[in-house]
Design a binder for this molecule. Structure first.
Ligand SMILES: Cc1cc2nc3c(=O)[nH]c(=O)nc-3n(C[C@H](O)[C@H](O)[C@H](O)COP(=O)(O)OP(=O)(O)OC[C@H]3O[C@@H](n4cnc5c(N)ncnc54)[C@H](O)[C@@H]3O)c2cc1C
Length: 475
């Protein structure tokens, strides 16, 4: 079964190379073999042309806020990914650009012998920039494939107003797209002799040499790896299996109680494409069906809410500003722009978890130590940054910066969409109040009433004190 046409987006009009040696798959966001439509499409093109497939993966030191945490998580995926690519009979070339002086043209060198370049369709951060700028610089086809979403992003022709508008469209399309991704298959084996001359040395990554490789990179070494999450498909799959078997049946009831650990914690792996949302969704649906319950609440978050975020990012060129908010949000924010704030914190005070609020500080420490915040408290975290910042625009900047630096699931369509949700995106007007205007408000008392804040504060204090996460899933 071929990859659905709706996932495939040709981004230039160049003709395939006549004397090509291989098809090149440039993995930017879907760094995995299982359930990867882009890889499958690249393999289809290779097999049709009776050529082998080469997978290229790069990691540069030059992305915004590059640091040990993000580099480590990404490198942890490499050995397993390389082995899986090779098991298919494809080639794998990994290049770590340690300093800005290192070669930055590996893609173009590899493309010089390729029939075409296949890559990942992704609406934010580096990949979206590459997919805008690279196609015109190549003399061969450049094709982006959407393997980020269950229902391809191209099925939505405009920005949706909210979950209520996208939900029926997604549900209408699920019977077609909520099916397992085909397996990649190749009819020619890769041979390293096909690599073009003049390439920089490929970087060998093993689980043992990752700390040394990270130390060699010109990045921020002050942001330590997550205490809780290790990159790679195997770890993601283990989290998924434990989630469906032990937590999914209580997700609907307990997902907003952080101390019960009822959510999947899969967002870091989903962000880096170590596992696909389609694989996660199928596993959840099938396990629930086999055990006579439904996974509806989980699938609503994973498919409808997540794909609403991708839809927003796809149709919003600069999602890092308040200008992209709906008019009612901009109006109410303008009316309350000058409201006096009861307390105001600086970026550094937020970063160091130095507010007057113990729950907020615990949320921030969870971000510092684990690299994400529980979803329910993350809403509270965001609303309070808004309430305690000098201006609304400064609050947005602070939240994005903290995500860029510390969140393993940051820079994602979900990051911008959900941070902007704090400013009213995809929400509705509520009662008028200072600073927030008509935006939804969240209070510390509400959190105390609805959740066991003390259990969470204790858990995070232990994490900080011991440097050990009692909830870490060992692999
Ligand atoms: C201020 C703020 C910032 C956020 N920043 C991010 C971010 O940087 N990256 C990120 O992935 N999510 C972000 N979220 C959304 C949400 O908090 C996380 O997706 C969720 O907490 C991840 O934990 P989990 O994997 O255990 O989620 P689960 O509850 O297990 O859900 C499974 C998956 O569904 C998706 N999902 C869950 N909740 C949402 C939601 N509200 N909107 C869209 N998709 C959702 C995620 O991909 C998640 O991994 C943010 C929310 C807020 C309020």
């Amino acid at each position: 079964m071929p990859v659905e046409q709706e996932r495939i987006l040709p981004l230039n009009a160049a003709a395939p190379r006549a004397d090509a040696a291989y098809v090149l798959y440039w993995t930017q966001m879907n760094r995995r073999v299982p359930s990867n439509h882009a890889l499958v499409h690249a393999a289809e093109l290779a097999s049709a042309a009776k050529l082998p497939l080469l997978v290229y993966e790069g990691l540069t030191c030059t992305y915004r806020a590059a640091n040990d945490r993000i580099h480590t998580f990404m490198l942890e995926n490499v050995p397993g990914f390389e082995a899986a690519v090779k098991a298919l009979g494809a080639g794998y070339f990994f290049h770590l650009r340690r300093t800005p002086q290192d070669a930055n043209d590996v893609l173009y060198r590899l493309a010089s012998r390729a029939l075409c370049v296949v890559t990942d369709d992704y609406p934010t951060f580096i990949a979206s920039g590459h997919n805008r700028s690279v196609p015109a610089k190549l003399d061969i086809p450049y094709i982006a494939v959407d393997s980020s979403c269950v229902v391809p992003m191209s099925r939505q022709d405009k920005r949706n107003y909210g979950a209520y508008t996208i939900r029926p469209r997604i549900h209408r399309d699920l019977p077609r797209f909520f099916v397992p991704c085909p397996e990649p298959s190749l009819n020619r084996k890769w041979d390293d002799a096909l690599l073009p001359a003049g390439l920089p040395q490929r970087t060998r990554v093993t689980p043992e040499n990752i700390p040394a490789l990270v130390a060699e990179c010109a990045i921020d070494h002050s942001v330590k790896p997550s205490l809780s999450y290790t990159g790679g498909y195997a770890t993601a799959r283990k989290h998924l299996d434990i989630f469906v078997e032990e937590k999914l049946n209580r997700y609907a009831k307990d997902r907003n109680e952080p101390s019960r650990h009822a959510t999947s914690d899969l967002s870091p792996w989903l962000h880096f494409g170590h596992i696909s949302s389609l694989e996660v969704a199928l596993a959840a649906r099938d396990y629930a069906k086999g055990n006579r319950f439904t996974a509806d609440e989980f699938l609503e978050e994973l498919i409808v809410r997540r794909e609403l975020a991708f839809n927003f990012a796809r149709f919003t060129e600069f999602p890092e500003t308040l200008d992209v908010l709906p008019d009612w949000c901009k109006k109410t924010l303008a009316v309350h722009a000058e409201d006096e704030r009861e307390v105001v914190y600086t970026y550094e005070q937020f970063e160091n978890a130095e507010t007057h609020d113990r729950l907020w500080n615990a949320c921030q420490r969870e971000l510092l130590l684990r690299g994400k915040i529980h979803g329910y408290y993350r809403m509270y975290w965001g609303k309070k940054v808004m309430e305690w910042s000098r201006t609304h625009a400064e609050a947005l900047e602070i939240m994005i910066r903290l995500h860029d630096i510390y969140a393993l699931d940051g820079r994602d369509p979900n990051t911008y969409t959900n941070i902007l949700w704090c400013f009213g995106l995809h929400d509705r007007p509520w009662g008028e109040r200072p600073v927030f205007g008509q935006l939804r408000y969240m209070s510390g008392d509400g959190m105390k009433r609805k959740t066991d804040t003390e259990a969470y504060i204790k858990e995070i204090a232990f994490l900080e004190r011991s440097g050990k996460d009692s909830f870490k899933i060992a692999v």
